[in-house]
Design a protein around this ligand. Structure first.
Ligand SMILES: [Mg+2]
Length: 225
């Protein structure tokens, strides 16, 4: 952990996942709880159980409302959600991205998201870009094709020059490591808190927030910028 300059060249491009890395998804789950008539606490507890057992989000609905055709409520959920807003950003995001761009690092936003979230993220005016969504790329994590498509969009730099920052062991860290990317595992949100990695997999960085990331990358680069 805490790589330094002699651990190999530091990445010059930082690719951020979106959900639970940039965007606090609390509102997503609160609205689902409201729509299916359970408390946010109950929804969160059952979501945590599903994550711990390696089950998909659909299992939460299966457990809480087995007879409800919940996908039918997706349009209503989207109407109430209204898309990403400034209040959904984790507070450490904007300062981190500003510091990284000031250090001369390329900042890219790329996650499993519907295409409509792209313009919503762009409207937040975060430093860096491009903003890339799985729907736009035609591939979703953990498919290696997602990471290949991101690289392609960036002009096919060497994988070890890219750092992927993600909260999920399964969707983010494991596929990125397998492809030779540098990785930062952000241990926040349900998946980041509860998932585990196999012992032999060591992300380059493991953080609980983004506050330290610019300094760590600056150190890794040997302070030479
Ligand atoms: Mg995520």
């Amino acid at each position: 952990m805490n790589p330094e300059a002699d651990d190999g060249p530091a990445p010059d491009t930082v690719v951020f996942d979106v959900g639970e890395v940039l965007i606090d998804e609390s509102r997503v789950w609160q609205l689902w709880a409201e729509l299916i008539g359970v408390s946010p606490l109950t929804f969160g507890a059952v979501l945590g159980a599903a994550v711990s057992q390696g089950e998909p989000v659909a299992a939460v609905f299966e457990h809480l409302v087995p007879n409800l055709d919940w996908p039918r409520l997706e349009d209503e959920h989207e109407r109430r959600y209204g898309g990403f807003g400034e209040a959904d950003l984790y507070p450490d995001v904007r300062p981190c991205l500003e510091a990284l761009t000031n250090l001369g690092l390329r900042v890219v936003l790329a996650g499993n998201q519907p295409i409509r979230r792209g313009p919503q993220l762009e409207a937040l005016g975060l430093p860096g870009g491009p903003v890339l969504t799985s729907e736009q790329l035609g591939h979703a994590k953990p498919d290696p094709a997602f990471f290949a498509a991101v690289r392609d969009q960036l002009g096919n730099p060497e994988p070890q020059t890219l750092l992927y920052v993600g909260d999920r062991a399964d969707n983010d860290v494991l596929p990125a490591v397998a492809l030779g990317w540098r990785t930062c595992w952000l241990r926040r949100g349900p998946w980041g808190q509860l998932q585990e990695l196999p012992d032999e997999i060591e992300p380059d960085l493991v953080l609980e927030g983004l506050g330290e990331l610019p300094t760590l990358l600056e150190t890794w680069r040997g302070g030479s910028g």
